[in-house]
Design a protein around this ligand. Structure first.
Ligand code: GLY
Length: 364
């Protein structure tokens, strides 16, 4: 006898994101969790010891702090195993909370471990970098690096809460702020032309905290609109992969001396140049993007060079991820992302050569 049985697995996770300045001091946090482990970036723990103490007592009746060295080497299977061993030693249970406090590497690692430890503990995130507040901690993507490859392991595990406290951004080095603005430019470039233009000609988000706070609010809103339609990346959310076809490969090639945001800025230019060469967008679209990237790209990133092999390898990687469909996001206009398929490698190489030449020109 053959039987065919089916059941549906529609997920109904809900994430609440709170954006504000000095959240713990203002008392704008939800009713406390019973028990929580705070997985905290070492640098944040030293700079913000008092605020973190307030945050922990505002959020949980009983809490533990685990301080970790953040960075790409933290989010590995070995890093996850170490964290799991510590959670077991404490005796963390399924109803307890894991709270990731730090940049994207800490929030990626915490989300991943929260999903697999005891087949799922509760998860909340407190992103402390601009990039994590705008992108990495928003949308439930977790990730671990494997054999030097970025995010080779990962999943979707939407946290119940994300607390974007913009106070933490005040001690961020400028290069990290620029890196965060890259992700804001990305989400606006594919979905909101007016907001893109707002930061494309005015770098005061780097120096004025009020402008930065507004930027976090508007970028999170723009991303949430896409997430609400597509939380598990089957269609519109893929627009957020703009700037990511080459970015991971650029980061790996630079041995992670490029920040993620810098790699995204360079990749956005390359993908838009491809769009131009394929007739998807007009020259002015590329020019507008270049103008914005030029404002925010650090001196270190301008010196980065990728080989033809690297470009082709990134394309092959995209193709292997999508079973032969090397889809890529490019722009048809500022504020409108679009999908292109089957990009010929010679077009990608020509596009990257043209983008690199712009920086060579600027150097000479
Ligand atoms: N970082 C892209 C996304 O969340 O989909």
């Amino acid at each position: 006898m053959t039987a065919e049985l089916r059941y549906r697995t529609a997920r109904t996770d809900e994430t609440t994101i709170i954006v504000g300045r000095g959240l713990a001091a203002e008392g704008s946090l939800p009713a406390p969790f019973e028990r929580a482990v705070f997985v905290v970036d070492e640098r944040v723990a030293s700079l913000w010891a008092e605020s973190l103490g307030r945050l922990a007592s505002a959020l949980a009746h009983q809490s533990w702090m685990m301080r970790l060295e953040a960075g790409e080497t933290a989010k590995t299977p070995e890093g996850a195993a170490r964290l799991i061993a510590e959670l077991s030693a404490i005796g963390i249970a399924k109803d307890d909370w894991l709270v990731g406090v730090g940049g994207g590497t800490i929030t990626d690692l915490t989300s991943f471990v929260a999903q697999i430890f005891l087949r799922g503990t509760k998860c909340a995130l407190v992103p402390t970098t601009l990039l994590a507040q705008i992108d990495a901690a928003i949308g439930g993507k977790s990730g671990l690096n494997l054999d030097g490859g970025k995010n080779r392991i990962g999943s979707f595990y939407h946290p119940a809460w994300v607390f974007c406290d913009t106070l933490f951004l005040d001690t961020l080095p400028e290069r990290q702020l620029r890196s965060g603005v890259a992700e804001a430019l990305k989400v606006f470039a594919v979905s909101d032309g007016d907001s893109f233009n707002g930061i494309a000609r005015d770098t005061r988000v780097l120096t004025e905290s009020v402008r930065r706070d507004d930027l976090v609010d508007s970028a999170v809103r723009a991303k949430a609109i896409l997430l609400e339609q597509d939380p598990y990346e089957s269609c519109p959310r893929r627009l957020l992969n703009f700037g990511h076809t080459f970015a991971h490969s650029f980061e790996e090639e630079s041995r992670f001396t490029l920040t993620h945001g810098e790699a995204v800025l360079l990749s956005m230019l390359c993908e838009t140049r491809i769009g131009l060469l394929l007739g998807v967008c007009a020259e002015e679209v590329f020019e507008d993007l270049y103008y914005a990237v030029d404002l925010y790209l650090s001196a270190e990133a301008r010196r980065f060079r990728a080989s033809t092999d690297q470009i082709c390898k990134a394309l092959r990687h995209t193709r292997s991820l999508r079973a032969g469909r090397d889809d890529m996001i490019t722009l048809s206009a500022i504020g409108r992302g679009t999908l292109v398929s089957l990009v010929p490698p010679d077009v990608a190489v020509a596009a990257w050569d043209e983008v690199s030449a712009l920086f060579h020109r600027d150097e000479s």
